[in-house]
Ligand binder design. Structure first.
Ligand code: FMN
Length: 186
């Protein structure tokens, strides 16, 4: 932005914002929890992120229009199920409200949140903070447990309005050594 006056901002339409941001890739996670009757609920998000190492915190953004988020909020806890590239149908089932979508959840113990079979990882959380940001709530969860699949599949990626699978899970530059001890992901 060299030479531009950063004190003023150009009007950016919602259309332009979306048309640009759709090129930014995200992973896909199913946030599971329970409603007041202890029945399973699930919300697909692309906004899941690690937030803090000390204390261990993760987060996601819940749209104010979501009908699932109020249940998760009331429950006060959730499980993050990170989808593998083989789980596009799970994502579609939960966004289109397929009546059989809950069949894919392991729901053995009402003291826990339901877990999605075949996910790459499961992160059990207690809601720590909810921050209202624009038309979303930023939900921050304190990590109570994490589990990685024995043989984690490649992650499901959402980009340009569609689903993709990384061609290889081998990273091009290997491990990142820059401040790895303070990095959330290295
Ligand atoms: C790839 C993908 C990413 C999404 N990310 C989010 C998200 O981060 N937050 C959110 O609230 N909804 C997100 N959605 C939309 C919800 O999954 C969808 O609107 C869902 O049906 C919510 O509606 P409900 O809670 O009323 O069932 C995403 C959908 C897709 C397909």
């Amino acid at each position: 932005m060299k030479g531009k006056d950063m004190t003023t901002s150009r009007h950016v339409s919602t259309h332009e914002f979306r048309a640009t941001l759709r090129h930014y890739p995200t992973g896909v996670a199913l946030i599971t929890s329970r409603d007041e009757e202890r029945a399973p609920v699930g919300l697909v998000v692309g906004s899941f992120t690690a937030v803090s190492l000390d204390p261990l915190l993760v987060g996601f953004l819940a749209d104010h229009s979501s009908t699932t988020w109020p249940h998760i909020r009331r429950a006060g806890r959730f499980c993050v199920n990170v989808l593998g590239s083989h789980q596009e149908s799970v994502c579609r089932a939960f966004t289109t409200k397929d009546p059989t979508r809950f069949d894919r959840l392991v729901d053995a113990d009402v003291r826990q949140d339901p877990h999605l079979e075949g996910a790459i990882m499961w992160i059990d959380c207690q809601i720590e903070t909810v921050l209202e940001v624009g038309d979303h709530d930023f939900v921050v969860g304190a990590v109570r447990d994490v589990r990685l699949a024995d043989e984690p599949n490649a992650p499901l990626v959402f980009v340009r309005g569609g689903y993709a699978e990384p061609r290889s899970t081998e990273t091009r530059t290997g491990h990142c050594h820059v401040a790895a001890d303070r990095s959330l992901t290295a």
